[in-house]
Design a protein around this ligand. Structure first.
Ligand code: GLP
Length: 239
């Protein structure tokens, strides 16, 4: 698509069609700058009465660890601020990882059980990290990884520094859905904007499948849609 605005429209249309076809859809949603336009478009559709999100179940992809739920720097707070508070939903349908869980392994198991209990993820919306990560699955993450505690790469911490008063305050760890968890979603939508994503996009979509680029695994999914703006697509090889 030509630009971020068009990406917002195209991605929100796919999400809206999913919800119209299946009103109790289970969505997995990303934080970050990329989906902001998508969330704004969905909020507009909701306010115009063209979208009914009351029965939709929402999961987020990842969270910093440790991170207090109520902290404005949590991904949970981000998703409420940028999207969930702007639309009409049932709060009981929102599922988040607790970034302050005493036992992160148990918290991740609980999250997997919640996903299974609602029948699995219908649509997983993903951004991509500058290093090719998806959610917080950093390079080296196994194909069959599940929701777990991970150590963040310096690039990922640097990319999140804008959310914090200073770069040192970005947590060193995160809780994330695994690549296996994401790949079990019925449908995947990957979105990327801007020149800084161009290398990760072209290597993940064009080169070999490798744990060094977690997003490359997505090509094995039977129902993957990728939406890129011109800049993010600028290094894709022509075929
Ligand atoms: C973060 C999140 C990812 C997100 C990525 C890209 O680290 N864990 O889920 O997709 O970074 O963020 P942005 O859209 O701000 O570039």
């Amino acid at each position: 698509v030509p630009d971020e605005e068009a990406l917002g429209k195209a991605a929100s249309r796919i999400i809206a069609e999913q919800v119209q076809a299946q009103p109790d859809s289970v969505l997995a949603l990303p934080t970050g700058r990329t989906p902001l336009r998508v969330y704004r478009e969905l909020a507009t559709l909701d306010q115009r009465g063209e979208l009914d999100l009351h029965r939709v179940r929402f999961f987020h992809l990842d969270e910093f660890y440790p991170m207090a739920t109520e902290s404005p720097t949590s991904f949970q707070a981000f998703l409420w601020r940028e999207f969930l508070s702007q639309v009409s939903i049932d709060r009981a349908n929102v599922y988040f990882l607790n970034g302050l869980a005493d036992d992160p392994a148990a918290e991740c198991r609980r999250y997997e059980e919640q996903i299974a209990a609602v029948g699995g993820l219908d649509l997983v919306v993903l951004g991509i990290g500058v290093n090719g990560h998806i959610a917080f699955n950093e390079p080296g993450s196994p194909f069959d990884s599940r929701t777990r505690l991970v150590t963040l790469c310096p690039e990922s911490r640097a990319a999140s520094a804008y959310l914090f008063p200073s770069a040192e305050e970005v947590p060193r760890q995160g809780l994330t859905m695994g690549i296996g968890t994401i790949m079990e979603g019925h449908r995947i939508l990957l979105i990327a904007v801007g020149e800084r994503k161009a290398r990760a996009v072209s290597e993940s979509l064009g080169d070999s499948l490798t744990p060094a680029l977690p997003a490359s695994f997505l090509r094995q999914h039977p129902d993957l849609t990728v939406i890129l703006d011109q800049e993010a697509a600028s290094l894709l090889k022509r075929v």
